[in-house]
Every structure is written in structure tokens, then in C-alpha cells.
Design a protein around this ligand. Structure first.
Ligand SMILES: NC(=O)c1ccc[n+]([C@@H]2O[C@H](COP(=O)([O-])OP(=O)(O)OC[C@H]3O[C@@H](n4cnc5c(N)ncnc54)[C@H](OP(=O)(O)O)[C@@H]3O)[C@@H](O)[C@H]2O)c1
Length: 246
């Protein structure tokens, strides 16, 4: 099997991040996963990666705090060696609601975690990977959402907007670091079966994508593993939808 180096997946304890960690391990990466509170699930992901013959570690870190992101990168590097791929995945949605009813606390939470968190993780990755800073290069995969394009009316326009900012981060950062050995890519999942959805949401709208069903975390993870590998070596600044035609 190809030896690929160390990958870090934020929000790797469950859902898309957990599936991505296992897909990356299957593709030859040693994997660091971060989690916020669900240590048991994060350790299960570590065990699944180890079962595939790779090294893995789980680290608790709040993605919206710069000091915690630094500690996360240091811990994973110390345990597994230099990080060559980062999946910027941790994220939250807001409760369903209309723009007219949003308050500042709600807006600050979703932008702090989804947008500021993504910037902090991307910055920490560039500081370590950039060939201009002594790094070996690498790839950053930002997990956005089809909501960034569709707008998520009557549900969470704030969430959609926080992900649109992540798309712009992908484009701008890709241009900024292309000559420093770093590729930056975005993915936009559609309706994927994970716990992120409010109770009943997938039952209500899960069959509305043109493919007639929600996607699985494994279907997103397969794309992430492809983008992290040198099989996508001529791609940077691209956004790839994995949304069943939605
Ligand atoms: N599922 C979908 O339909 C869908 C569609 C489009 C985009 N996405 C995006 O895909 C990404 C993963 O979504 P998912 O559906 O897999 O979500 P999920 O099942 O709810 O998992 C979220 C993950 O992020 C971690 N996390 C949440 N807030 C955090 C914080 N403040 N600091 C650190 N870690 C935090 C969680 O850790 P704990 O387990 O410890 O809580 C968990 O590992 C998100 O960015 C989401 O916006 C999902």
C-alpha cells in the first residue's frame, strides 16, 4: 500500500469526519482525529484506523479557539509526524429559523465555529506545510455545503452563509499558497445521513435530491480520500459537489 504520511481530520469522531478518517487510513494515511466532547466515538475511529494497519490518535480540541488548534496540530505531529493533509470538517448547523428572527448569539456561534474555525485550522496547516516555511507541502480540504449555493431559506441562511465564506477561503487560499506546495480544495456535501440534522429532517426531505435519497458519509469520504491523494494532483481551488444532483 502507498505510504502517504499523516492526515488530520477535525470533527473526526462521527459523521463525515469519522468516515473520512477511516477512508484515509484505508488509503495509506496515518490519521489524527479531533473531537469536541465525544471521546468514546473518537477512540472507536482510532481503533478502526488501527485495524487497517495505520497509526491513529484522537485529540480533544475546540475548533474555534486558536490555542486549541495549535495544541491539536502539535499533538498530532508529535505522535504521527508532519501533517501532509488536513480535512477542515468540524462544523455545526443552527436550529431551523428565519433570518428575521436570528439573534447575535446564534450568528456568533455558527460563524465562530464554521468560518473562524475553518480559517484557524487552515492557517495552522499552512504555517506547517508551506515550503517557504520549511514544510513539505500538502493539501487542505475544506468541508463546505451545497447550502452555500442554495441559501437554505427558512432553515439556516446563517449556516449557508458561514459555508459560503469557506468557499471563498478555498479560492483565496488556494491562490495564496499554490507556489508553496499546498493544494486547497473544497467539497460541498448535500443531504448526508449524519446526526447533524434536526429530528425528522431527513425523513421529510431526504428523497428530494434528484438521485432520490440522502447520501452516506462513506460516499463523501471517498471523495475526500481522492482529493487528499496525489490522484488529484492537478486540482487546486476547486469545489466539488457530492450532493446527489441537489
Ligand atoms: N451531514 C450533512 O448533510 C452535511 C451537508 C453539508 C455539509 N456538511 C458539513 O460536513 C461537516 C461534518 O458534518 P456531519 O454531518 O458529519 O456532522 P456531525 O455528525 O454533527 O459531526 C460533527 C463533528 O464536528 C465536531 N464538532 C462540532 N462542533 C465542534 C467544535 N466547536 N469544535 C470541535 N469539534 C466540533 C463533532 O465533535 P463531537 O462528536 O465531539 O461533538 C463531530 O466530530 C460539517 O462541517 C457540516 O457542516 C454536512
Amino acid at each position: 500500500m502507498t505510504e502517504r504520511g499523516t492526515a488530520l481530520v477535525t470533527g473526526g469522531s462521527r459523521g463525515i469526519g469519522a468516515a473520512a478518517a477511516v477512508a484515509l487510513a484505508a488509503d495509506g494515511w496515518d490519521v489524527g482525529v479531533s473531537y469536541r466532547t465525544r471521546v468514546d466515538e473518537a477512540e472507536q475511529v482510532v481503533a478502526a484506523c488501527e485495524k487497517l494497519g495505520r497509526r491513529a490518535v484522537a485529540v480533544q480540541a475546540e475548533v474555534s479557539e486558536a490555542a486549541e488548534i495549535e495544541r491539536l496540530f502539535e499533538a498530532v505531529t508529535a505522535e504521527l509526524g508532519p501533517i501532509r493533509a488536513v480535512v477542515n470538517n468540524a462544523g455545526v448547523v443552527s436550529p431551523a429559523g428565519r433570518v428575521a428572527d436570528y439573534d447575535v448569539a446564534r450568528l456568533e456561534r455558527v460563524f465562530r465555529i464554521n468560518t473562524i474555525g475553518a480559517f484557524l485550522v487552515a492557517g495552522a496547516a499552512v504555517r506547517r506545510m508551506s515550503t517557504e516555511r520549511g514544510g513539505q507541502g500538502g493539501v487542505i480540504i475544506n468541508v463546505s455545503s451545497r447550502g452555500a449555493v442554495l441559501g437554505s431559506a427558512n432553515e439556516y441562511v446563517d449556516y449557508a452563509s458561514s459555508k459560503a465564506a469557506v468557499d471563498t477561503l478555498t479560492i483565496g487560499l488556494a491562490n495564496e499558497v499554490a507556489k508553496e506546495g499546498i493544494r486547497v480544495l473544497g467539497i460541498r456535501p448535500g443531504l448526508i445521513e449524519t446526526e447533524i440534522h434536526e429530528e425528522g429532517r431527513l425523513d421529510r426531505i431526504g428523497t428530494t435530491p434528484p438521485l432520490g435519497r440522502p447520501g452516506t458519509a462513506d460516499e463523501v469520504a471517498a471523495l475526500i480520500a481522492f482529493l487528499a491523494s496525489d490522484r488529484s494532483s492537478y486540482m487546486t481551488g476547486s469545489m466539488v459537489d457530492v450532493a446527489g444532483g441537489r
